[in-house]
Design a protein around this ligand. Structure first.
Ligand code: PLP
Length: 489
């Protein structure tokens, strides 16, 4: 087993202690709202008994989970370390400083900000920080103001106008970008004039020459790199060159692959931190921490990043910052590096398992933690495939493929990720078996006809017996790699 719990959970003392902690917690909760205690137990049962292949999910360690449930939740601490708008924040200072220190050391960043409550918040902090740092108005110098935050009220009008003229260039949603990378219904698409770059229509790979051409023509203030559903690594040195050529700030959102960066699977040009001006991440995906966000920045952006609260954040979630510190301490270990390598190896095994069984993959494979299966060749929409898989106990999510004819709701793809099952200890042979089970379910799924007789996009029929057979086969795999082994409620 290479999973996180191996060193600690192998010791029966640890498992017993964690079990006792959860039993006690649930019995306290039970006395106030028994239905919540019941739902909490049910969630563990469900997570233990399904094949979780959602690329953005993972299982955090008991140490991380327990850290979230403390009295730090009760403390207000707006401001920054040592400079709070509330009294009595000395312990929050300790926690935030540790989370930031671990993040700086782990990622080799000049500056780290641990307050963002989520990935979206981290991106908002980054955007505002870039605007505050980069947008100049004559009034700034005129009034001797050091930053936009020192401006007088009437200067804000000018600044607002200047902000509105700024441009951002990010990966399009159907090529795998995230909605915070300038997608119009998101605030990022309203803060910036936005343009997106896609992938090469033939290879479906990122085309750096096309990104460069778009940057030269569009001249963005911010070049955004990073993705939610692109199954390949990115050369961040090249992205930085492009940003420099047009005077843009390079912002990388590594939410999905932060665990592979922390675990030193992505190094050199594939490690965003040395190349980007600002790197954002979530802490709960491949990084295997609590739900939350982080911003890493070069020193020049540190002051404006620190204005995240009150610019776009309220009081920091101190209990979550504490849990981030614990998770980052775990991510520094040799076990975590092994885990990260296994995540990538397992994704390759899953992709190869799909390809060997005749499936079509976006970009033809993977070299990160995710695989994007194009189900259109099977006559299905992503929505039908996702639902049929769920019936068989396989939890995934549908996802657009490049230039998806079925749009973002029905889609033509299903995204699979290896971080969660790798945490349980699944290896390449098990992922090959997972590929077999998935393809078997999909080959036994047919679209249900609509009233007009045409194939529908949502309804489907899964052949009799397949769901049960798949669940039985999954149970064999899951029983071999129990979630939180030894944890008994
Ligand atoms: N950035 C990327 C690349 C993501 O994939 C996601 C979430 O899926 C986010 C940001 C947003 O994270 P959160 O859900 O924590 O706001």
């Amino acid at each position: 087993m290479t999973d996180l719990f191996a060193p600690a959970m192998k010791s029966s003392d640890y498992a017993e202690t964690a079990s006792a902690a959860y039993r006690a917690a649930l019995s306290v909760i039970e006395q106030v709202e028994p239905r919540i205690a019941e739902a909490t137990r049910a969630e563990l049962t469900d997570q233990r008994s399904s094949l979780k292949l959602i690329a953005s999910e993972n299982y955090a360690s008991p140490a991380v989970l327990l850290t979230m449930g403390t009295w730090f939740s009760d403390k207000y601490a707006e401001g920054t370390i040592g400079h709070r708008f509330y009294a009595g924040c000395q312990n929050v200072d300790t926690v935030e400083a540790l989370a930031a220190e671990h993040a700086r050391e782990l990622f080799g960043a000049e500056y780290a900000y641990a307050q963002p409550h989520s990935g979206i918040d981290a991106n908002l902090v980054a955007f505002w920080s870039i605007l505050a740092h980069r947008v100049e108005t004559p009034s700034l110098a005129e009034h001797g103001a050091k930053s936009v935050y020192d401006l007088r009220e009437d200067d804000w009008e000018k600044l607002r106008r200047a902000f509105g003229e700024q441009r951002a260039l990010g990966m399009s949603l159907d090529a795998g970008g995230h909605l915070t990378h300038g997608f119009r219904p998101n605030i990022s698409g309203k803060m910036f004039h936005q343009r997106s770059y896609g992938t090469d229509p033939e290879t479906q790979l990122l085309d750096y020459d096309a990104v460069r051409a778009a940057a030269k023509e569009f001249k963005p203030l911010v070049l955004i790199a990073g993705y939610s559903a692109y199954p390949r690594r990115i050369n961040f040195a090249t992205m930085r060159e492009i940003a420099d050529e047009v005077g843009a700030t390079l912002m990388v959102d590594m939410a999905h692959f932060a665990g592979l960066v922390a675990g030193k699977v992505f190094t050199g040009d594939e490690d965003p931190v040395p190349h980007a001006h600002i790197t954002t991440t979530t802490t709960h995906k491949s990084l295997r921490g609590p739900r939350g966000g982080l911003v890493l920045a070069t020193k020049e952006y540190a002051d404006s990043v620190d204005r995240g609260c009150p610019m776009v954040l309220g009081g920091p979630l101190s209990h979550m910052m504490a849990a981030k510190a614990v998770a980052l301490a775990e991510a520094r270990t040799a076990e975590f590096r092994t885990y990260a390598q296994n995540v990538a190896d397992n994704a390759k095994a899953l992709a190869e398992g799909f390809l060997r069984r005749g499936a079509t993959l976006v970009t033809g494979g993977t070299d990160n933690h995710l695989v994007l299966l194009d189900v259109s060749g099977l006559g299905l929409t992503g929505r039908q495939a996702e639902s049929a898989l769920l019936d068989a106990g396989i939890v995934t999510n549908r996802n657009s493929v490049p230039s998806d004819p079925n749009g973002a709701w029905y889609t033509s793809g299903v995204r699979f990720g290896t971080p969660a099952l790798t945490t349980r200890g699944f290896g390449t042979a098990e992922f090959d078996r997972v590929a077999e089970l998935v393809i078997d379910v999909l080959k036994n799924t047919t679209p249900a006809a609509t009233k007009s007789g045409a194939p529908g996009k949502a309804k489907y029929v899964l052949a009799d017996g397949v769901a049960d057979q798949t669940k039985a086969a999954s149970a064999e795999l899951l029983d071999k790699h129990p979630l939180y082994p030894g944890l008994e409620l």
